[in-house]
Ligand binder design. Structure first.
Ligand code: SF4
Length: 339
């Protein structure tokens, strides 16, 4: 269970029952409690360097009120982000949040969840009769703070009651037992991000092991949730084929090929931008992440900026490998894409 070193209550958060309840329970613990206005939050997080600020931020929980209720779009995986949480307790070296959240690496939860769902109602109404899909992990991994917020539970129940909306989120955490008995009506898809144990140990600090993630996903699958896997980022290193094969075999043991619900796979090879590389080396000066531009091919992405991806021949190898392994192991496997 995530226990922060400090909790910052933004002005207004104590006007909500969830804010007051969190305040009382954190007050009973041995941690620093700060009350602050929104624009002063950063000044309460110690750290002279980017790396120190990152460590402090990852141990800081900010309890706030979501003021701007205009949801960001979330193409291509969903129509909108559902802004339940931002930030994550994990310390994956390659994480997209390192650049996305910049100098705000803290975890922020919102106490006005009802307002957020009321806003979701509006977005759903606007798109009728089309279905609207919401993504709950665009700027976070929402699972570690779920015991504090109950936001995922609320979301799962909310979407179970919708006829024209769905919810999805992705996680590397396994504290999901409270979700198992909820009525979800197949409207929430839970995906697990997976990697080989050696990549997890090296680069995905403070996240659950692959074994635990697989165990949690199997429980959710048995509870009838649509379940999927994002194998990412795929790295090429000595023995990569053997280790990814072992990962898929471990998964296969939990998901019988004859199971009726499809198991979806998204496979994403490692890539980085210059901005990300600069940020990562500031936060993790000793990083051994493969970010040697000489080994990569530069490619312009759909959002107009360039990325360093594996060369064409390596990409073909990756595609061929996962295509073959997944189709051989999972009769009910559905590969959404391999990029
Ligand atoms: Fe980022 Fe996901 Fe790792 Fe959290 S678990 S640090 S969101 S990659």
């Amino acid at each position: 269970m995530f226990v922060p070193q400090r909790v910052i209550f933004e002005t207004g958060s104590l006007d909500y029952p969830l804010g007051r309840q969190l305040y009382e329970s954190f007050k009973a613990g041995n941690l620093q409690i700060i009350e602050s206005s929104l624009n002063k939050v950063k000044s309460h997080i110690p750290g002279e360097t980017t790396a120190a600020l990152y460590q402090s931020g990852k141990n800081t929980l900010v309890v706030g009120v979501k003021k701007s209720l205009s949801f960001q779009s979330c193409k291509p995986s969903a129509h909108y982000q559902l802004p339940l949480v931002s930030g994550c307790i994990g310390q994956c070296e390659y994480c997209y949040l390192n650049t996305q959240l910049g100098d705000k690496p803290f975890i922020r939860i919102h106490v006005n969840l009802e307002d957020i769902f009321r806003q979701a109602d509006k977005y759903i109404g606007e798109r009728l009769p089309e279905e609207t899909i919401f993504e709950g992990s665009a700027t976070s991994d929402p699972v570690p703070v779920e015991p504090y917020t109950g936001a995922l539970k609320m979301a799962i129940r909310y979407f179970a009651a919708q006829e024209k909306a769905r919810f999805r989120f992705v996680t590397k955490y396994t504290d999901i037992d409270d979700l198992l008995t909820l009525e979800h009506k197949n409207r929430t898809e839970i995906r697990f991000s997976l990697n080989t144990e050696s990549i997890i140990k090296k680069y995905e600090h403070k996240t659950a092991s692959a074994k635990k993630r697989i165990g949690a996903s199997a429980k959710l699958y048995s509870a009838g949730y649509p379940v999927g896997f994002i194998i990412a980022p795929v790295f090429i290193y000595e023995g990569w084929e053997k280790e990814y094969r072992e990962l898929l075999s471990a998964l296969r043991q939990e998901f019988p090929a004859s199971a009726s619900n499809p198991v979806t796979f998204e496979v994403i090879s490692h890539r980085y931008t210059t901005k990300a590389r600069n940020k990562i080396t500031e936060i993790f000066p000793e990083t051994t992440l493969d970010m040697d531009n000489g080994n990569r091919q530069f490619k312009y992405g759909q959002f107009g900026y360039g990325k360093y991806v594996y060369p064409r021949e390596t990409m073909s190898q990756i595609k061929e490998f996962f295509q073959k392994e997944i189709s051989e192991l999972f009769e009910n496997g559905e590969i959404k894409y391999i990029i």
